[in-house]
Design a binder for this molecule. Structure first.
Ligand SMILES: Cc1cc2nc3c(=O)[nH]c(=O)nc-3n(C[C@H](O)[C@H](O)[C@H](O)COP(=O)(O)OP(=O)(O)OC[C@H]3O[C@@H](n4cnc5c(N)ncnc54)[C@H](O)[C@@H]3O)c2cc1C
Length: 312
């Protein structure tokens, strides 16, 4: 049966219902605006978080529980509608902005993009099942749980080195494993050597192996040059391979940075007037508190922009 497209109009359309999008909605709502929040099929990164221990006021809380608290709060706001659906096309910056999902067309004066990093594909065999059980993508979030334990960082960019130093400061026994040659790693490699952080270069990880309790126990590695394989025991692996899903916004004219995150200024404005972005989609520290704070800033500035439109 042919589904009829629903038509919506609002002052501000927020794409994404994670901490950034929901906090943007809260702030826009307090400015008395009519708001639609679009919640896509992809889970919020917060929902995938087994335990969060760096949200002020909550010593330890399941990510899903925290997100439900945010949702319940926003659901109670009379001027916010939360609609399910993935954005499949957009027309931005031509007076009114148009956003389409498979079931709805939304016209909005202002847009806030808060779509997070998107679905992350498994890069190493066994990775998905061990997420939260020895596999992490965030040193700041999970590092303290591995004090005095053997941790490895895997990847090839600047973040790898920076986070190796963070984990060392947290008291972890730190190692780096990278497919690159050591000479191709960023310059502050000297700092790494001084902290006696071990580096295994020209090495790929091909499989992650759990113990009988389902916790990460070993990784199978393969040398890039000799193709020789070896198994290494470890307590945690921090993987750095950020995969942003911003191509749909790029197509609509939104500028991205060199890592394909949406570029914003300090007011969370993108290069298109009336289009803001907040949270993980803009890169940065990938922390819930930052996403929420950027959402608040985007919300305040989006509401301000609406007021400016009324003056014209
Ligand atoms: C395993 C793991 C552990 C973590 N641990 C911690 C921690 O301990 N502490 C901490 O502070 N942070 C942690 N984080 C990071 C934290 O969860 C994120 O920084 C935060 O959720 C980012 O919020 P966001 O609103 O930017 O994006 P998200 O929370 O990812 O929300 C994105 C939203 O956009 C929607 N969306 C995506 N694409 C579309 C589309 N095309 N159309 C419509 N909607 C769309 C999604 O459905 C979702 O609602 C962790 C993350 C992971 C994955």
């Amino acid at each position: 049966m042919l589904e009829i497209m629903k038509e919506y109009q609002c002052d501000i359309c927020i794409i994404g219902a994670g901490p950034a999008g929901l906090n943007a909605a809260l702030y826009c709502s307090r400015a008395n605006r009519d708001i639609i929040v679009l919640e896509g099929k992809v889970q919020s990164a917060l929902e995938k978080t087994k335990k969060i221990e760096n949200w002020l006021g909550e010593k330890s809380i399941k990510g899903e529980t925290l997100l439900n608290k945010f949702r319940n709060h926003v659901n109670k706001l009379e001027n916010v509608r939360i609609i399910k659906g993935d954005v499949i096309s957009l027309m931005l910056g031509m007076g009114k902005n148009m956003i389409s999902t498979r079931a709805a067309n939304i016209t909005a004066d202002v847009i806030v993009i808060a779509t997070g990093t998107g679905e992350r594909k498994e890069v190493i065999k066994g990775e998905s099942n061990l997420l939260g059980y020895g596999i992490s993508y965030c040193a700041l979030c999970d590092g303290p749980a591995y004090k005095e334990k053997i941790v490895y960082l895997y990847g090839e960019d600047d973040e790898l080195i920076e986070d190796a130093l963070i984990l060392h400061q947290m008291g972890c026994i730190v190692n780096i494993i990278t497919p690159k040659d050591i000479t191709e790693l960023p310059v502050n490699i000297e700092k790494i050597k001084k902290k006696s952080i071990n580096i295994l270069d020209k090495m790929n990880i091909i499989e992650l192996i759990p113990n009988s309790e389902g916790l990460l126990e070993k990784m199978k590695c393969k040398s890039v040059s000799s193709e020789q394989e070896e198994e290494i025991e470890l307590d945690a692996l921090f993987i750095f391979s950020h995969v942003p899903s911003t191509s749909i916004f790029k197509k609509a004219g939104v500028e991205l940075d060199d890592k394909d995150n949406i570029s914003v200024n300090q007011n969370q404005e993108t290069n298109i007037k009336g289009v803001y972005a907040a949270g993980d989609v803009t890169g940065g520290l990938f922390q819930a508190i930052f996403a929420a704070a950027e959402g608040a800033k985007a919300g305040i500035n989006a509401a301000k922009y609406c007021r400016q439109l009324e003056k014209k």
